[in-house]
Design a protein around this ligand. Structure first.
Ligand code: ASP
Length: 355
């Protein structure tokens, strides 16, 4: 019996998409997975339980749950931490970043995939994008549902994440974040929803690309410094300077600003109202802090938009820095690294334009 032509057409299309997926001919890329915990490694008592514990599974169990990973890459895994990312801190950042640089410097890895909780993914990814010294791909994934959930999103995100690490187009793009079929630049991406799987967005610019079951489309390139172009480095860096974020609101007093300075903050980021504004007593306290050498960055508590320099507030006169596109969490990361280079607000403002 003759095979119907539509079956032949479907088979040809499937074969073609298989070829597109494998993309690179020759040996499979070598991908190192660094696991740090989060909901992606989380477990409930049963699949319909509401509560769960982050960071319950290790890296091998995470990888075992993903079908056909071995067709995309040769994967090896290691555990760097196993925490909910709400507990992420400078120490783990430095350890993780050092490990990423070591792995990428070795011929045994063509790229790195990092599993991470979603709460602080936007900060860790931005930090890594500024201190990674390699053009090899670094991709971070997480999930909104624990590994044991009905319709867990972790395995799909890991599969897509490995596909992106294995893609030549990911080289030189800095740290990327892959969740829910979207690829984002670390600098731009923010978590926007407490529970939805469509939570990571690049609100000002849109995603870097999309990925559907391993098939990738790239959009716009990144025009800001990162990776090899970044001046920041881990060399000799034992500790990061303390930078606090303070949230602005109606009737804001100077108290929390003064307390942060008393407690040793070398930098302050204000999650300002509107275009990085705050009450007069708060602005006076920040100006006083800036005069004593604390670097003050005005960001915004709004989800999108650009904090403009010298718009409603005269930053030149008061010695302040405007965050531009960076939200408070990302401003804090850049300010921590900037303070390892200089305390000059004029130079730091330039960095906020460049990174
Ligand atoms: N609290 C979790 C974490 O950030 C949430 C998640 O991973 O989705 O680790």
């Amino acid at each position: 019996m003759k095979t119907p032509s539509w079956i032949l057409a479907v088979a040809a299309a499937l074969l073609a998409s298989g070829t597109a997926l494998a993309q690179q001919s020759g040996p499979l890329p070598k991908v190192r997975v660094l696991a740090t915990g989060g909901t992606i490694a989380g477990a409930q008592a049963s699949a319909t339980d509401y509560g769960y514990k982050s960071g319950a599974y290790n890296v091998d169990s995470l990888l075992k749950a993903v079908p056909n990973l071995d067709k995309l890459a040769v994967i090896t895994g290691e555990q760097v931490a196993n925490i909910g990312s709400q507990d992420m801190n400078d120490e783990v950042w430095l350890k993780l970043a050092r490990r990423v640089n070591e792995v990428l410097a070795s011929p045994d890895a063509d790229g790195v995939l990092i599993t991470h909780g979603t709460d602080t993914l936007e900060e860790t990814s931005y930090f890594l994008s500024l201190v990674t010294k390699s053009d090899k791909p670094v991709v971070m994934v997480g999930s909104m549902r624990p590994a044991t959930a009905i319709s867990a999103d972790g395995p799909g995100n890991i599969y897509n994440g490995v596909a992106v690490v294995s893609d030549r187009g990911a080289r030189g793009k800095g740290t990327l974040v892959v969740l829910n079929d979207e690829i984002h630049y670390a600098r731009n991406v923010v978590k926007t929803d407490t529970t939805s799987v469509q939570t990571f967005r690049s609100l000002n610019r849109g995603p870097a690309g999309v990925v559907h079951t391993g098939k990738i489309e790239w959009f716009e390139p990144m025009d800001r410094k990162q990776g090899n172009a970044s001046e920041f480095s881990l060399d000799g860096l034992e500790k990061l300077p303390r930078v606090d974020v303070i949230y602005a609101h109606a009737n804001m007093s100077a108290d929390l600003i003064d307390a942060a300075v008393r407690n040793g903050a070398q930098g302050l980021v204000v999650a300002g109202v509107g275009d990085g504004n705050m009450t007069t007593p708060a602005l006076d306290a920040l100006t006083r802090a800036a005069k004593t050498g604390v670097v003050v960055v005005r960001s915004t508590r709004l989800p999108a938009g650009i904090v403009l320099r010298n718009n409603e507030i005269n930053d030149d006169q008061l010695g302040l820095v405007a965050s531009g596109e960076l939200n408070p969490a990302k401003s804090r990361v850049l300010l921590q690294l900037a303070l390892t280079r200089t305390k000059d607000p004029v130079r730091i403002q330039k960095m906020f334009y460049e990174y």
